[in-house]
Ligand binder design. Structure first.
Ligand SMILES: [Ca+2]
Ligand SMILES: [Ca+2]
Ligand SMILES: [Ca+2]
Length: 260
């Protein structure tokens, strides 16, 4: 019977709203000094209850070289967002400032938000933060005013292209979404040296297929491909097809997102 006692106590306890523990630590997430760091696959539930001043939730995200990212905020409770304007703000902010580098876009016609961006450089960016605030409920925001945040590395990989000897490789990227998508294609040799950065002349049109003959731009080369992009996580499709004219064989290598 004694082992049942804790269970009885739990059943008798009043239901408590989940507290946003990141808000109330001495080292909290209310400034850019936050120690809450998002990684690929992060999935957290927060609130924007007043502290008593307005709450702001800040996140770190280490942006790796030549990589792209998506932040998704959904599961918003009724008071926290709005559909007529972005009352729920999901911003990319320069650390040490209040300078907004990028604001989010709506996912659909509701209050959910998506923020997509990429690091086009060759070094890691650790000087930016993700900041979430709302003007929807103001000083009446409570612990019930919650949202869910997820983070994704949206970079794709294709582990083989081959233009050596008589083989040639064609790269195909499909944009099945209803919006234009900017992509950047990086070609690497097998030792990991960047051979070429290819930027298509325009963002890929909705529902379009981009076809790139890689032999003319990388004659004799072989290695692997990564693709940074501004699509929602996992929404692009594609492959590299290596053709061997002497035998008529072709070798497909799929373009894959980072598993999640
Ligand atoms: Ca919070
Ligand atoms: Ca906070
Ligand atoms: Ca509320």
């Amino acid at each position: 019977m004694t082992r049942m006692l804790p269970v009885v106590c739990l059943l008798l306890a009043p239901a408590l709203a989940g507290a946003d523990v990141w808000d109330v630590q001495a080292q909290n997430d209310n400034t850019d000094a936050t120690e809450n760091e998002l990684v690929h696959g992060s999935d957290q539930l927060h609130d924007l209850g007043v502290l008593p001043g307005p709450d702001a939730d800040w996140y770190r995200l280490s942006q790796q070289a030549y990589s792209s990212y998506e932040i998704v905020v959904d599961a918003t409770s009724g008071d926290i967002g709005g559909t007529s304007s972005p009352l729920l703000a999901v911003d990319r902010v320069a650390a040490g400032t209040t300078t907004v580098i990028q604001t989010s876009e709506s996912v659909g016609t509701g209050p959910s938000r998506s923020l997509r961006f990429r690091n086009t450089g060759g070094t890691t960016i650790d000087t930016e933060r993700i900041r979430i605030t709302t003007t929807a409920c103001g000083t009446t925001c409570g612990a019930d005013d919650v949202y869910r945040i997820r983070a994704y590395d949206t970079t794709y990989a294709i582990p083989r292209f081959n233009n050596s000897a008589t083989q040639t490789t064609v790269l195909m990227i499909q944009n099945p979404t209803n919006a234009p998508v900017g992509v950047i294609v990086y070609f690497w040799d097998t030792a990991g040296t960047l051979l070429l950065t290819h930027v298509p002349p325009a963002p890929l049109a909705p529902k379009s297929l981009y076809v790139l003959q890689t032999q003319p731009i990388l004659p004799g080369a072989a290695g692997a491909i990564t693709i940074s992009n501004l699509a929602p996580f996992g929404r692009l499709a594609g492959k590299a097809v290596a053709l061997e004219p002497a035998t008529g064989f072709s070798f497909d290598t799929l373009m894959t997102p980072i598993p999640h």
